[in-house]
Ligand binder design. Sequence first.
Ligand code: GDP
Ligand code: GDP
Length: 454
Amino acid sequence: EDFGGWVELRDPEPETAEPTGPRPVVAVVGRPNVGKSTLVNRIIGRRQAVVEDIPGVTRDRVPYDAQWNGREFTVVDTGGWEPDAKDRAAAIAAQAEIAVATADVVIFVVDAMVGSTDVDEAAVKMLRRSNKPVILVANKADNTSIEMEATALWSLGLGEPFPISALHGRGSGDLLDAILAALPEAPKIVENRPRGPRRVALVGRPNVGKSSLLNRFSGEDRAVVDSVAGTTVDPVDSLVEIGGETWQLVDTAGLRKRVGKASGTEYYASLRTASAIEAAEVAVVLLDSSEVISEQDQRILTMVVEAGRALVIAFNKWDLVDADRRYYLDKEIDRELRRIPWAIRLNLSAMTGRAVDKLAPALRKALASWEARIPTAQLNQWLTALVQATPHPVRGGRAPRILFATQAGVAPPRFVLFTTGPLDAGYQRFVERKLREEFGFEGTPIDISVRARK
Ligand code: GDP
Ligand code: GDP
């Protein structure tokens, strides 16, 4: 079997703004009993060790969130790696190979008290083929004399061995420093970014009521904020107070002035809409409830989804909706908005002010979903239960298995499923639907990609 590489079925890292970058994966491999679990517990500070006791979560491949010197990564514990192993051992070995193939850095653990064995040497061959950075750990170096003996492990050809005692903590700080050094480029930490007002795009086709809504927030009776300390705001943007909070409505210059309606071609308007969405974190797409949902409305919604922005759909002119219209509108929503059931919907009226106070809470909720991060252990507990209850359907005698998942990024949330083969589109949609049922994500698109073994 060829474990040489992985195919990207979909690009897990789209080139849109990437505030956090993916969390790198560190795989811990080695023969059974060399102390991998003990080391993983040491790395994660035992904070999540309780997870091991949860039924259904085997310790064959359990990912945990870890942190060292402010750097976050995922550490994957594997079972024992044993070439030529049969049955269970073979399965574990295959999983270790997969863990290696999916990892950014591999920690190869050997037992310093035992020294290198034939099995270790065979493992080294597999690790070499993986072309991954490998850190050689000589565990159970509980004292200086074993530490000295561990230098003999240079012979494995993996470079300098790190003598540590996972049990007692000896040498683990140096090891963690070495892990960090081997990780790919550090991502920007979004949480620490000094934050100005949240950026909102108020978009929709002409005449849906964008200026009317904006005027509600920035009319004469309302406070228009001129500046926020420490931030620069594009002159085409408006800073307005909505729900006790200052928001930056991007590219609203045209809406504010609005002398005549003629503001260029539809093409130009659509470019402008696209750039406003791009500049925003969350988009409010206004629809005219008194009219049928049009193709142009759909195009704008698609722009938001494809840009990966949080989404609130405001059904404006609700004052014009009578029982009859309501009946048909509900049908239209079922039909036309089926692909985005997660969007937050509001029925409001810029004219009467109906439900306008619901906008700020909706924006906050959508943004919270957009930036949500599911802890790796929690994600995988859920996933393990899901694939046990509903495995992938068998195709031609084989069913691809989902091995584990990580959240690769936020804003919007992006997940990577590590699998033994490509998933059916239908099954992938099922996983997404269940993921949303479990974790919410109301108001945000999410992205799921699959990394399958070739
Ligand atoms: P795994 O099968 O590779 O995950 O190994 P475990 O973490 O389960 O450890 C196997 C045994 O080695 C356990 O009894 C541990 O307590 C022991 N062990 C792990 N690390 C050390 C160490 O640094 N020194 C000593 N003396 N024993 C250790
Ligand atoms: P924009 O082109 O999207 O900026 O739309 P406008 O704000 O200029 O509104 C277009 C028309 O719809 C104007 O005549 C508004 O008075 C009207 N309008 C806007 N909001 C509402 C509403 O909630 N109810 C009703 N009945 N009319 C509205």
